[in-house]
Design a protein around this ligand. Structure first.
Ligand code: PAF
Length: 284
């Protein structure tokens, strides 16, 4: 596995692979790998000959009071894990490489970026779409893999790809959970032991919601209330939002139908956790 820090070097390397007819897969990450990231590498591996993992803690997607500085980092461990998982290249640029000074050009997916997480994190998705567009231009992958845990991010990236005609296939891979149901996230490391103990309430509430829907409850208001009541039983939980929305446009629905999913953001102390489940599959 090669570690490449410069855009020019990465481009030369990939030109060789592309000339040899290789299909290139990209897994964009911010590092501090857990099984969720590693599962994305597996998915990319199945669909491509060369797997590039980008590792860059992207400053433009963090708001002024967010956790950019304390975001967990351990490159040596990440390098080892990616190698064990069969990645071919880690692209590990620094900020100067990705953001020439002055940096004046951003990509914005309107509407979708302003709802759900975008309400409390107004510049977040602008940073995500900008860095992902840059990675697509630099790497020109045939396929890129994102996790369903960040459902809104995946939906926004798909829309950006469609709107701007990026020639890349987007695969969204399932959420990987801890044994007690908590969705894996690099930010779980911020939780105190008591917060960690209570955090699985989020998934329990979402599971109960899917069961309600399976039993025939299609009223979004009732399902939302049930999720809220469940999560509120955890004394340390502070709900930021619970939204039952349509998969295509992220608009709230009154009646649950195929393509409806529920997305939540819940604070435990200073840690903001997100999760989501599809209530009725789109293809049903
Ligand atoms: O999901 C993430 O880790 C980041 O938002 C991404 C897609 C790597 C962009 O920085």
């Amino acid at each position: 596995m090669k570690v490449i820090r410069k855009i020019s070097e990465l481009r030369s390397e990939l030109t060789i692979h592309r000339k040899a007819g290789s299909r290139v897969g990209l897994v964009p990450t911010m590092g501090y790998f857990h099984e969720g990231h590693l599962s994305l590498m597996d998915v990319a591996r199945k669909d491509s000959d060369i797997v590039v993992v980008s590792l860059f803690v992207n400053p433009t997607q963090f708001g002024p009071n967010e956790d950019l500085v304390k975001y967990p980092r351990d490159f040596e461990r990440d390098e080892r894990l990616a190698k064990e998982r069969g990645a071919d290249i880690i692209f590990y640029p620094d900020s100067r490489e990705m953001y020439p000074d002055p940096f004046l050009t951003y990509v914005i997916t309107e509407k979708l970026s302003g709802v759900l997480c975008g309400e409390s994190r107004p510049i977040h998705f602008r940073g995500v779409t900008t860095i992902v567009a840059k990675l697509f231009n630099i790497i020109q992958p045939d396929v890129a893999v994102f996790g369903r845990k960040d459902a809104q991010q995946a939906i926004i990236i798909k829309k950006m790809v469609a709107d701007l005609n990026f020639p890349v296939e987007i695969i969204v891979a399932p959420i990987i959970r801890e044994a007690d149901g908590l969705a894996m996230s690099s930010r779980n490391t911020y939780l105190s032991s008591e917060e960690r103990k209570q955090a699985p309430i989020i998934y329990r509430a979402l599971q109960k919601a899917t069961e309600m829907v399976q039993r025939g409850e299609l009223n979004a208001g009732c399902v939302e209330r049930s999720i809220r009541q469940q999560i509120e039983t955890a004394p340390l939980a502070r709900i930021e939002y619970i939204e039952i929305v349509n998969e295509k446009n992220l608009e709230p629905v009154k009646t649950i139908d195929p393509g409806t999913f529920v997305a939540v953001a819940v604070w435990f102390g200073k840690t903001r956790l997100i999760d989501n489940v599809v209530l009725i599959d789109l293809d049903r």
